[in-house]
Design a protein around this ligand. Structure first.
Ligand code: ATP
Ligand code: MG
Length: 399
């Protein structure tokens, strides 16, 4: 054995893995080209809360032909839906568009648990798309994928890497050159890509972002990075005025990526699935978390507006009820009362790189009833988070 052989072995593993992932992603994309969410006439009138005749009138006023599709069935997509909504007189619109005041800060929510597979990514995607689509205030939502696994990015920016878009890692590691006259703010703003939801943009991760931890270690070790936790926060600061709520998905680890996410955040949501194992792991994590906070506080984090535990992938049974009762004893005030329930529709949608808010019931290929209850549950989960955010904004407005 020698180091040369080992280097070669690792190179071969890397090559195999890169090729495998590239092929898998191409196949996924070829099978599931994601489109804008579509609404039937009944869905559209329910969504806007207006009767079908009024809907027809404003669809015509927006110069949309809802029967232009190949099958000539009535349908409009979500971008058209927003155009129609913009034309509605104030009295017909469910809620006026939200305009954040100068006192109200953009909310940055980190979704984190060191335990893997607890539903961080599915929660981040569902909450973000729920906040964007289900509330007629049209909050401007940003998603940031801090996980080099780039699962979240496959939902909303599947082609970003092939098309040479900058990833969050590129921005943090400064893997770009400014063109003449170009500012950092412009580069960051362009890196937040449009998605299939008009008021949702994503700053994607790339597979190459896995190099980030090594990069941090190198730069910290050589004293080139005096404040290694604030890089993401600087990035967010430069585009804060373009968003109302930013949600950060994190990897199942406590490296520099996660510390940067914690440091940039104004609130924390800990997803936790109710199994004995996940609860044990999360308790170990919470035992350690004051040490994480000590480092963040030392780096001048001002403290969080709120932190909550969101139960995910939740199945009702007597065992989970017993575990829940226990959790309420120990973490009561921190638990969100609505669990994110286990649902075949969530699982199915996530295998189509979608959430239950990226598609409508009519587009969902399997049981409509299952889909509808998953959407209903997603709406309740999202609403309780939004209430916390609205509270923060209310307090900031009054301060
Ligand atoms: N409510 C749900 N209903 C059904 N399946 C779910 C639900 N929530 C999560 N899952 C499934 O559980 C798996 C893990 O979820 P997810 O990828 O969101 O976890 P994670 O915490 O982001 O994982 P990692 O730590 O690897 O990043 C996924 O396959 C997802 O489809
Ligand atoms: Mg994940």
């Amino acid at each position: 054995m020698d180091t040369q052989h080992t280097t070669q072995d690792f190179q071969h593993l890397k090559q195999g893995a890169d090729d495998y992932i590239k092929r898998r992603n191409l196949r996924l994309l070829a099978n599931h080209r994601k489109e804008l969410r579509n609404y039937t006439r009944a869905e559209a009138s329910a969504y806007l809360g207006i009767d079908a005749k009024t809907l027809d009138k404003y669809v015509a006023a927006a110069d949309i032909d809802p029967r232009r599709h190949e099958d000539s069935q009535w349908s409009i997509d979500i971008a058209e839906m927003y155009r129609v909504r913009d034309l509605l007189p104030e009295a017909l619109r469910k809620e006026p568009k939200f305009v954040r005041s100068d006192k109200q800060q953009a909310q940055v929510m980190v979704i984190q648990n060191q335990k893997g597979g607890v539903g961080k990514t599915v929660s981040a995607a569902t909450i973000a798309s729920g906040l964007a689509t289900e509330f007629h205030q049209e909050y401007r939502i940003g998603l940031i994928d801090m996980d080099g696994q780039a699962t979240l990015s496959m939902y909303y920016a599947p082609e970003a890497e092939q098309e040479g878009n900058l990833s969050v890692g590129d921005l943090m590691m400064r893997n770009f050159d400014l063109d003449e006259g170009e500012t950092f703010e412009q580069v960051v703003s362009e890196a937040f890509l449009e998605t299939t939801v008009p008021n949702l943009r994503i700053l994607p991760a790339a597979q190459s972002d896995r190099a980030m931890e090594g990069w941090f270690h190198e730069h910290v070790f050589s004293h080139q990075l005096p404040s290694p936790y604030s890089l993401l926060s600087d990035i967010i600061d430069s585009v804060k005025h373009e968003f109302d709520i930013i949600i950060i998905d994190t990897p199942p680890s406590l490296g520099y990526a996660t510390f940067n996410a914690y440091f940039a955040a104004t609130s924390v949501v800990f997803p936790l699935s109710i199994t004995e194992n996940d609860i044990d792991a999360t308790c170990s994590y919470f035992s350690y978390i004051p040490q994480v906070w000590a480092l963040l506080e030392n780096a001048n984090h001002p403290g969080y507006d709120f932190m909550k535990i969101l139960l995910t992938n939740h199945r009702d049974s007597s065992t989970t009820t017993e575990l829940m009762n226990n959790l309420y004893d120990y973490f009561g005030p921190y638990l969100y009362s609505k669990e994110f329930k286990h649902s075949e529709a969530i699982r199915q949608a996530s295998s189509l790189l979608s959430t239950v808010f990226d598609m409508s019931k009519s587009e969902y290929p399997k049981s409509k009833a299952t889909f509808q209850s998953a959407q209903q549950n997603g709406y309740e989960v999202t609403s309780q988070i939004l209430r916390d955010i609205l509270n923060v904004w209310r307090e900031q407005e009054q301060a």
